[in-house]
Design a protein around this ligand. Structure first.
Ligand code: ZN
Length: 111
């Protein structure tokens, strides 16, 4: 007999799932752990945070744990001004004013 797991879709309400329907992603940073499932009612992926209690419950229900690691650069403290849309646009325009990248590509092809 397959374990039934009850979860809630924000649009459809309570749904019944099997352990294979649930993706349990446990992160090295506990607050980023989550579980997800594709709701059969609205065909939407529902993703919710999974604290230690929920991880334990899902594991006991037979859900397989997938572990993931946050890239270190994502956890770095950021300082300085925020790069905004205008900065990206200026950068793209500046790329059009130089042959620097083309020169690099040409040099790489020759050597
Ligand atoms: Zn739904």
């Amino acid at each position: 007999m397959t374990t039934q797991i009850k979860a809630t879709c924000p649009d459809c309400g309570e749904v019944n799932l099997t352990p294979d329907d649930v993706q349990l992603m446990v992160c090295t940073v506990q607050t980023l752990s989550y579980y997800a499932f594709d709701c059969a009612g609205c065909v939407r992926q529902v993703r919710k945070p999974a604290d230690e209690r929920i991880v334990s419950l899902l594991k006991s229900g037979g859900v397989r744990v997938q572990r993931w690691r946050v890239p270190a650069e994502a956890l770095e403290e950021k300082s300085g001004p925020v790069v905004d849309y205008d900065d990206v646009l200026d950068f793209a325009l500046a790329l059009g004013d130089t042959d620097f990248l083309a020169d690099l590509a040409r040099a790489a092809r020759i050597s």
